[in-house]
Design a protein around this ligand. Structure first.
Ligand SMILES: Nc1ncnc2c1ncn2[C@@H]1O[C@H](COP(=O)(O)OP(=O)(O)OP(=O)(O)O)[C@@H](O)[C@H]1O
Ligand SMILES: Cc1ncsc1CCO
Ligand SMILES: [Mg+2]
Length: 248
């Protein structure tokens, strides 16, 4: 696979979703304990195969067999920090793509320090919400993503915004965490992290808009969102995706 320097379009989003569905990449998740099921379902419905163990004895084998890794700091303790360090070592040694979600690094000094330690190890992507990303200023990640009503992506040379999604995404716990899993699945089929992540976020945002048309509120939105992610078509993406190129 050659690294392309194109700017993402709805065409990339549809094309990469088709690749994820066809190739069924394995995504290993070191996911917080709050949204394990939702994240695994999100990866599954876009076409990936999730694995979720955080056991110290197994992590090396699982990461070695994965096509991409997602690390989420939502429920962190000493054991999980140790397991995350092992996972990153294996991913880096095998040049596998990995994404860090520094959940709640704005709440605790220790968590912020750990997030910064990980980000210094060179993840492919760091993604968080506005409060978290305000504290992640120095990064060796190839790509920074700040999600919210508008998602902002920048790799230092190119900057893109995604204006899809729905307000109910902020009322369902874990849509950001799920996006980390879906982005990892797209990174497994596309080496250019900006193309992969912009495509993944456009697909999730368009799916959320379609789900909101069926749902009555955040409760019924959650399963409708998984349905839409599973069923979204190339035509839906071409009609809805709002990907803009920004100046760096
Ligand atoms: N008001 C909104 N309108 C449209 N999309 C939104 C809105 N708020 C969040 N989103 C979308 O929801 C997803 C999660 O983004 P958000 O910034 O809320 O993550 P987060 O705070 O890390 O969430 P969590 O920690 O619950 O997983 C992203 O895909 C984002 O585009
Ligand atoms: C609420 C919450 N607390 C730890 S992880 C998590 C899921 C969303 O970030
Ligand atoms: Mg979050």
């Amino acid at each position: 696979m050659t690294v392309s320097r194109s700017l993402p379009t709805s065409h990339h989003a549809a094309d990469l979703l088709a690749k994820v569905r066809a190739r069924r990449p394995r995504v290993h998740c070191l996911m917080n304990t709050v949204v394990q099921k939702f994240t695994a379902d999100g990866i599954t419905v876009v076409g990936g195969i999730p694995s979720m163990t955080s056991s110290r004895d197994e992590i090396a084998d699982f990461v070695a067999k994965a096509d991409a890794l997602t690390i989420n700091l939502g429920t962190l303790d000493a054991e999980r920090r140790a397991v995350i360090r092992i996972a990153v070592e294996i991913a880096n040694a095998a040049a596998k793509p990995w994404i860090v979600d520094p959940v709640h690094c704005d709440y605790s000094r220790g968590r912020l320090e750990f997030a910064r330690e990980l980000i210094a190890l060179g993840p492919t992507i760091v993604r968080g919400n506005a409060a978290e990303m305000a504290l992640i200023t120095d990064t060796r990640a190839s790509l920074r993503i700040q999600t919210g009503p508008v998602d902002l992506l920048s790799d230092g040379q190119r900057a893109v915004s995604i204006q899809n999604g729905h307000g109910w995404m902020a009322q369902v716990t874990g849509t950001g965490c799920l996006s980390g899993g879906v982005i990892a699945a797209f990174m497994a089929v596309e080496k250019d992290a900006l193309l992969a992540a912009a495509s993944a976020l456009a697909v999730t945002g368009c799916s959320a808009e379609m789900a909101a048309q069926e749902a009555k509120g955040p409760g019924s939105f959650e399963p409708a969102f998984l349905d839409a992610l599973a069923n979204i078509t190339t035509e839906n993406i071409r009609e809805r995706a709002r990907i803009s190129h920004e100046s760096c």
